[in-house]
Design a binder for this molecule. Structure first.
Ligand SMILES: Nc1ncnc2c1ncn2[C@@H]1O[C@H](COP(=O)(O)OP(=O)(O)OP(=O)(O)O)[C@@H](O)[C@H]1O
Ligand SMILES: [Mg+2]
Length: 253
């Protein structure tokens, strides 16, 4: 079976700052893959490399068997054109800590926008899907609200619906609940749990250890640009092997 994401010795630097120092990991299709680690360890950078918002400096990164950003011919790599990168990026949905909704568009318009603009879908088709997706995230009654008229948790659920509207094969979540008031976190996690049950492949950077334990199939603890420890979430969280993991978990659990 082809891995949905495969990283082999991935390195990333920003100028002199060496941020990712040889990341190796594999995410299977339909897997919920949780990524934890201290601030600055490179979690967001790694997610951004997966959808080629950042270029890597060494190693190989594949999504669904395709090299991210490059085409391989023999043993030579050729960089893809921007238009080709954009085409691949369509397959990957990304949800950020801050919801980044278009402020001048209603909830449903936010969800309809990319399929219309990027895929050339008709409004009717895009609207029908957007209605279904808003229903799925529990926001049918808020379709006509603008982002400023929604709570943070509701905005984040619209952001998830918006990412799903492109029918991605992989969803990347970068601390999707960490900007939310505690009472709003549950609804967002419920939507993510539902997605997991439907078989969506997801990489989730999170501080929600309860979610990782219950919903995660795999968990990686990253520190200072390397994978320190990985395994089933219950094992890593319940019986960490490395001192760095133990010390991190003692602060967050
Ligand atoms: N565009 C950039 N230019 C220079 N340095 C960057 C850039 N993006 C990230 N970095 C640096 O890379 C390191 C890793 O950042 P990253 O955002 O990946 O960490 P993180 O693990 O997601 O942390 P957090 O938990 O705080 O979100 C940090 O030291 C950061 O300052
Ligand atoms: Mg981050």
């Amino acid at each position: 079976m082809t891995a949905m994401v495969k990283a082999e010795g991935v390195h990333k630097s920003f100028g002199p700052a060496h941020i990712l120092k040889g990341i190796d990991l594999e995410v299977a299709p339909r897997e919920v893959f949780c990524l934890i680690g201290p601030s600055g360890s490179g979690k967001s950078t790694f997610l951004r490399c997966i959808n080629h918002l950042e270029q890597i400096n060494a190693g190989r990164l594949y999504v669904d068997g395709d090299l991210v950003g490059y085409r391989q011919k023999g043993d030579k790599l050729y960089e893809l054109k921007d238009s080709e990168v954009a085409l691949k990026r369509r397959d990957i949905g990304m949800v950020f800590q801050r919801f980044n909704l278009f402020p001048h568009m209603t909830a449903i318009e936010n969800v309809m926008e990319a399929p219309i603009q990027v895929k050339g879908e008709t409004k009717a088709v895009a609207r029908a899907r957007a209605e279904r997706l808003l229903d799925r995230v529990g926001l049918s009654d808020k379709a006509k609200n603008y982002p400023s008229q929604l709570s943070g948790g509701q905005q984040q659920r619209v952001a998830i619906a918006r990412a799903l509207a492109m029918e991605p094969k992989l969803m990347l979540f970068d601390e999707p609940t960490s900007a939310l008031d505690p009472e709003l976190v549950g609804d967002v996690l419920d939507v993510m749990r539902g997605l997991a049950e439907e078989g969506m492949t997801m990489i989730v950077v999170t501080h929600e250890m309860g979610f990782a334990r219950e919903v995660g199939d795999a968990l990686v603890f990253m520190d200072d640009g390397v994978v320190v420890e990985s395994g089933h979430p219950r094992e890593v969280l319940g019986n960490p092997q490395h001192d760095r993991t133990k010390s991190f978990l003692s602060k967050v659990l």
